[in-house]
Design a binder for this molecule. Structure first.
Ligand code: ZN
Length: 246
């Protein structure tokens, strides 16, 4: 079967050279080739119950029903600025596994987290101008190799055409929020973020609607700390979106 398919690919390639728009034709052939390998070598399955799926999705229809929905919550950044935070559901299965997978450097988990946010939250209904991911300290970034919030933001931007702005830098490495008490969490992220924008970018954020992205929210201390840094740019509104909330 693979031999026949390879033969067909070569035929497609030769044929593409005779077409008016060879690159478009080659792009379509490459897409078909990718689909073929995905279906035969790594067929899609539900990440929770391992049921085979027709297309690459995070969860099957039955497991999607197990997500416990939560209404949005509002965080206070300052007296003037509030932030409405949306999520896909509660921090429990089937969502919890995606968040835990990321700590084992599972980059694919970020793709699925973005897919769940895109399809199963109010993301598509939000009118925002910029997506800003919550940053990771460079030391943690070096250890993990990627920032899960930035990866999620990348996919959300790709699918929605809303630009991503890496506007914030984490200047201090702090203990994981999950390792400190609820009361200590606001103190833990106090003074750890700094603006990382050019003068032009600072001006661009004025009067704009900003969406902060992270994987999980507990007390909201991190989102509030990032909001406090961004508020000096006088944005119009803040929103937050995460996969799950505790
Ligand atoms: Zn399932």
């Amino acid at each position: 079967m693979i031999f026949n398919f390879s033969k067909r690919c070569i035929k497609y390639f030769i044929l593409s050279l005779s077409k008016d728009r060879p690159f478009k034709f080659m792009k379509e052939s490459a897409k078909k080739l990718k689909q073929f390998f995905e279906q035969t070598i790594a067929p899609p399955f539900c990440n929770q119950c391992r049921e085979p799926l027709k297309k690459r999705d995070a969860l099957c229809a039955l497991c999607l029903e197990d997500i416990k929905p939560l209404v949005s919550t509002t965080l206070e950044i300052t007296k003037k600025y509030k932030m409405r935070v949306f999520c896909v559901g509660a921090y429990q299965e089937p969502l919890k596994s995606f968040i835990l997978a990321k700590s084992r450097s599972d980059n694919l988990a970020c793709y699925y987290m973005a897919q769940l946010i895109y399809n199963h939250s109010l993301f598509k209904h939000l009118e925002v101008d910029y997506i800003i991911p919550v940053p990771l300290h460079w030391r943690r970034y070096a250890k993990r190799g990627y920032n899960q919030a930035a990866e999620i933001a990348h996919y959300l931007s790709k699918w929605s055409n809303v630009p991503v702005l890496h506007a914030i830098k984490r200047i201090k490495a702090t203990p994981f929020q999950s390792t400190v008490s609820k009361e200590e969490r606001f103190e833990n992220v106090h003074d750890v973020f700094k603006l990382d924008l050019s003068e032009e970018q600072r001006k661009a954020l004025q009067g704009k609607k900003i969406l902060l992205v992270d994987d999980v929210m507990t007390t909201g201390a991190t989102l509030v700390a990032v909001g406090k840094v961004l508020r000096v740019l006088h944005p119009a509104e803040f929103y937050g979106i995460v996969l799950a909330r505790t």
